[in-house]
Design a protein. Structure first.
Length: 183
């Protein structure tokens, strides 16, 4: 974006600087010389490269090792991801907690979501993303015609049948609901 900007007028260069300032990802690596020319700040890029792939974690327990702290944070991320997945399944809207009992309830629900995921993973000997992707292919369709309306589940694939069997969940009925047309 700043190639050949040395040829621009100070006003046009200032306009470009303003447009780049609206983009924090770009603006952080841009610098202006004392003469007002735009340059890429290679020192900031180099400093950011030194931090790539590293975590900065803080813990109040001085006796925990760095590995234990990192593992705890990774498990926390999995708990939150599990809860997000479960909220989508039961179709909950975002809730912002301020009260102590609601915060505790949120933590318990996250823990239960993770527990369900772990039980599913150990029972099926498969990963949650793979299980979820496979079961997300199962749909319920509503069909309406001159004789009425009915709801039908898509045909189970072999991997879906195998997952349900391992989890000891009965296969859903092919036709879920029938409503004849009123005469």
């Amino acid at each position: 974006m700043i190639a050949d900007t040395d040829k621009l007028s100070d006003f046009k260069r200032g306009e470009l600087r303003g447009r780049i300032a609206d983009k924090p990802g770009l603006n952080r690596y841009l610098r202006a010389t004392p003469a007002g020319k735009l340059r890429i700040d290679t020192a900031k890029i180099k400093a950011e490269e030194n931090l790539d792939g590293k975590y900065l974690l803080r813990c109040s327990d001085p006796h925990l090792s760095a590995e234990d702290i990192a593992l705890g944070y990774k498990q926390l991320l999995e708990v939150e991801r599990g809860w997000r997945d479960m909220k989508q399944i039961i179709d909950l809207r975002p809730v912002y907690h301020r009260l102590e009992e609601r915060i505790r309830a949120h933590v318990v629900l996250c823990w239960l979501a993770l527990l369900l995921i772990r039980i599913t993973e150990t029972t099926t000997s498969d990963t949650w993303p793979h299980i979820r992707r496979e079961l997300d292919r199962l749909h319920l369709g509503t069909f309406t015609g001159p004789t009425g309306t009915f709801q039908q589940v898509t045909a189970l694939t072999k991997p879906q049948r195998d997952l349900l069997a391992k989890l000891q969940i009965p296969a859903p009925k092919q036709v879920v609901a029938l409503q004849p047309a009123s005469r």
